[in-house]
Ligand binder design. Sequence first.
Ligand code: SAM
Length: 260
Amino acid sequence: MNPSIRKFIFHDLQAIEGYIDPPDALVFLAALRAQKSSALEGGLAEIGVYYGRSYFLLRKICGDVAKIVAIDPFDIKRTGQETTQYDRFVAAGRQLGLFVDEQRVIRSDSTLLKPEEITEKAGPVRFFSIDGGHMLHHVEADSRLAAATLAEHGVIVFDDTFNPAWPEVTAGVVDFLRREAGRFSVFCLTKYKTYICHKTFQEFYSRAIATSHELKPFDQLDTEFLGSTAIRLHNPMRRRIAYEVMVGLGMRALSERAYR
Ligand SMILES: C[S@@+](CC[C@H](N)C(=O)[O-])C[C@H]1O[C@@H](n2cnc3c(N)ncnc32)[C@H](O)[C@@H]1O
């Protein structure tokens, strides 16, 4: 793998407050690389930008030309802090030396959006990350929006699935899969995220995961989920501990060795 992407995932990105860890960053990379090598084009979208950790990962992997729609009300206020959530997002881009495409930022509650508001900015979407509101009505609205804007070869990623702190996310994803009655399948499960594509692309993305060099350190276990066989990436405890110890000791640059 290009060492600069590895350094970015394990080191640079960790300086931005947020919620994507290296294992999922490596799944994003594997799916996006597979799309690139098969010339599967399209826009990207994220609901729930926060300070941009996942947004900047998408930007780093896909480059300045990628059309990334960033959706968030940007109304988080921290007591005692002058800078707004949006300012911190833009500042994170400056810190990482990455482009924030302000024309494609939608400062809104995602549940109020229509599919055209996304496709007008990015065309059909090839990668849609959902990490906004975590209650059932949010997941219901966001999954409909993502499905309506998705390219045939697109991927939808739901964050916080199977997290007992947010049970309605899992309920919403299950409702979505049942409502769509076999149109979508789950191709990958991690500790935090569920990865979905159209059934016609299940084999394509399963192969991308199974053959990805950077995902080799994980145990890959076939897991049945509502009619699909997903690859569950298991991250053994000893590796998670080794990684956390290195990060805790300030050895971020070396922490990627835990994932070789
Ligand atoms: C857990 S954070 C997202 C983390 C982010 N994806 C990352 O990579 O660090 C959740 C974000 O969702 C946003 N959010 C909450 N409700 C939302 C809604 N209804 N529509 C859009 N964004 C929402 C919040 O403002 C917050 O920035």
